[in-house]
Design a binder for this molecule. Structure first.
Ligand code: CA2
Length: 147
């Protein structure tokens, strides 16, 4: 059985505690449970992580590239949080690892502030998901399973 790696970037550990109008009221633990269900129904094993540190996310993407090359990983779902809009290093890591990656945002970033409209992740991603709330995680896992 292949693994789906779901990576969450900075401040996503705060999910469900603030800004419910933008991000909903579900916690990151709730999102993990939702991803567990989605993976189970698509014959995938879930590996779910969160970090507030850019370098740790980069190390995990490199690890994912090795796992995909070894045939044990279906791909990555990445909510890079605000690093989406700032991190050339994450862009380079995704390209360098050669990993299949779906960029995910809970909110519709294009309907928000202009500084959220540009993504360094999108050009390196296989697909982009935004605006479906936390349900987007399940949709992205379904998409990964179907690739
Ligand atoms: O919509 C998304 O998923 C974002 O990736 C979330 C990021 C934001 O910087 C991106 O522009 C869009 C922010 C994650 C922080 O999440 C919080 C959740 C609750 C309370 C505070 C922050």
């Amino acid at each position: 059985m292949k693994t789906a790696l779901v990576l969450n970037g900075p401040n996503l550990n705060l999910l469900g505690t603030r800004e419910p109008a933008v991000y909903g009221s579900q916690t990151l633990a709730d999102v993990k449970a939702l991803c567990d269900q989605a993976c189970a129904s698509h014959g995938l094993t879930l590996d779910f992580r969160q970090s507030n540190h850019e370098g740790e996310l980069i190390d995990w993407i490199h690890e994912a590239g090795r796992a995909q090359a070894a045939g044990t990983l279906a791909g990555v779902v990445l909510n890079a949080g605000a690093y989406t809009h700032t991190s050339i290093a994450l862009h380079d890591a995704i390209k360098g690892a050669g990993v299949t990656l779906i960029e995910l945002h809970i909110s519709n970033v294009h309907a928000r502030e202009a500084f959220r409209h540009h993504s360094y992740i999108s050009p390196a991603a296989k697909a982009v998901m935004a605006g479906f709330g936390v349900q987007g995680y399940a949709l992205a896992i379904a998409g990964l399973a179907g690739l």
